[in-house]
Design a protein around this ligand. Sequence first.
Ligand code: CTP
Ligand code: MG
Length: 237
Amino acid sequence: MTLDLPLTMIVVAAGSGQRFGGPRPKQYLDLAGRPVVFHTLHSFHEHPNIKAILPVIAADGHELWHHCLDPHLSELPRVLSPVTGGATRQESVWRGLSALDLPADAWVGIHDAARPFPGKKLLERLLEARNENMALIAALPASDTVKRVDPQRNIILETLNRSHLWLAQTPQLFHHGPILQLHQRARAAGFEATDDASLAEWGGLEVRVVPGDPRNIKITHPRDLELARQWLQEELP
Ligand code: CTP
Ligand code: MG
């Protein structure tokens, strides 16, 4: 039963939130009395098959991490001590993968700290789908019509076939050996991507999409945090 296979989750939290703005990176902002990243870690902590969760934080973020998370870490005993990330998301993931001493065929998940609601059902869909796949990611089928646009002139070049388009989310799940190797190859080749599935595609590894969760939003702009706050408020008794 694949649901029983253990999984180690890397949560990348080393970004500075340029698009969000403000003095404190978005993953440390308050969301219903807890830092955003607490909600992220807690969602994984709920699942018995996620054996360990490794946070990756900014080199200059250790103090902030301890300030924000230490009061809550007793609720999260499976969260490991954070490791230091790098200047890009890809570098942060690579550092997280390198810090894990796992067999090549052990499953690892990679998730953005800025997505506080991965959702229990989505996690189960991903864990279940490990059965037949080497690599899989959460993604949502595009619901809007998508245009390719000339970036200089804002003129539409083409309308893409929506039925083939999915919007990538995290978690993204891989075997530890192959994804670490792909990261090493990408570093050597200077290939940069905004998610880990792109590295797998680049390296010729088949990646399956699993229907994501519309609530699994990435907090990117202040309006996203407002929405997350509203959702939690609606759920309060
Ligand atoms: N991330 C990271 N290391 C980096 C950059 C990003 O660990 N050098 C993490 C972020 O903390 C976030 C996730 O990758 O949890 C997704 O990235 P994004 O939403 O782009 O966050 P930021 O890079 O912080 O935001 P921005 O791009 O607006 O600066
Ligand atoms: Mg970024």
